[in-house]
Write a protein that binds this ligand. Sequence first.
Ligand code: NDP
Ligand code: PMR
Length: 420
Amino acid sequence: IRILLAATCLMAPLVTGFGPAATVQRNTMTNTIASPRDASISNVRLSLISGMDTESADIDIVRTNGKLYNSDSKEVPKVLGGVKIGLKKLVVITGASSGLGLSTTTSLAKTGKYHVIMACRNIEKAKRVAKEVGLPENSFTVMKLELASTQSIRDFVANLKAFKSARPLTHLICNAAVYRPTDPEPAWTDDGFEMSMGVNHLGHFLLVNLLMDDMSRAKGARVCIVGSITGNTNTVGGGLVYPQANLGNLEGFEQGGLEPVSMIDGKPFFGAKAYKDSKVCNMMTVSELSRRYAEDTGIVFSSMYPGCIAETALFREKRQWFRKIFPAFMKYVTGGYVSEAEAGDRLAQVIDDPQCDKSGVYWSWNGGAQSVGRWSEDGKPRGAGGSGGEIFENEQSDAVTDAIKSKKMWDLSKKVVKLT
Ligand code: NDP
Ligand code: PMR
């Protein structure tokens, strides 16, 4: 009993250090060493209750003199990798209820290092799929985020603040997207933005900006906004397949970007192009974030192309025959196919791998049928992104790296979403 009491007292500073909302709920000793001099405890299981969720953490340490030891009696630092011992890193993933977002959630959760906030528009669906893929109970929390509403985005950020009281937000993945190639007329977000641009770019643009202050206080923070080959006209997938992304001179945003203005270039609505334009804005946003904040805050900003995950629900609007043929076409003709699971590992790598600790990079994988996927006059790889490739720092098209246009895109996006 004495050891149990001692353990509770020793753990108290560890727990209360994480903020006022954290309290000890349960404290179970599974293995004790009898000698009072050693008084070591291994595998103490703590449950922290924060604003919205209960999380357990296995702590493999304890010592009396203020120093911490692991179960091999080796002293360990109180802060490991920027995160306090016993607490997982906190990562927000938008659109975690399907496709790439869900497989990335699975990849990160299974490392045991991350607690994933699944930021989703459909809470019930997110909970259901989390169960279906067998996410460990204490590895995730589902939170409401409707990117087609700036109010919902602001509410999400406020709710996250309550949740975060137990630990800082270190990682953000902007992944959610819609692709509406067959819509004859534009759909509109709550605020009156065209749906693909509103959800894929403007919603994430607002979210990142609202979280920037908090994240700049975290150590080792990373932000990844998912881009695509189809937004880059220097590739076969983005350059040869009609329509090409083209922001024009952002005339649509200059006009306020609100209904009835649908396209960023001010031209008539074109669903497939709106998606590709939004991906250009995603990648430009990363360059701008990196230029503006990387050095001062230490945050690593990146974008990536996961490969062609041809079976996801992104293609829900496409005809049935296309959805059947597309994966085979990508596998056997272009070599650009990648499975959801492998794509999830790739995005998780951008978040977790020390190799990806460099800001402003657009990551890709050099897999698949190289000869088809490459379109490179300078001989540098621009892989099709297919299965089994190595990670590399990809180049983006001149239209994406246009610094003047990126700045204009940034300034107008701020105006459009009413960020001061
Ligand atoms: P999915 O359709 O499978 O996943 C999209 C996710 O976004 C879903 O969780 C969806 O929620 C969510 N979402 C859609 N609209 C909103 C909204 N208004 N508010 C909040 N969440 C929303 O597509 P993918 O997994 O294929 O796409 C993920 C990312 O990967 C996208 O950024 C896409 O551009 C990118 N990408 C995909 C490629 C591919 O080949 N599939 C290739 C290159 C990039 P719900 O589950 O409720 O529908
Ligand atoms: Mg594309 C190496 C060639 C390559 C790659 C990597 C892609 C990726 N595509 C390639 C080639 C081609 N595609 C060719 C030659 C064709 C004409 C037959 C073709 C067609 C095509 C269509 C109709 N491809 C598509 C579509 C879509 O509707 C997808 C799209 O553009 O969604 C926006 C798509 C894609 N091709 C890709 C990738 C990754 C996509 C998925 C979407 C995305 O960027 O998120």
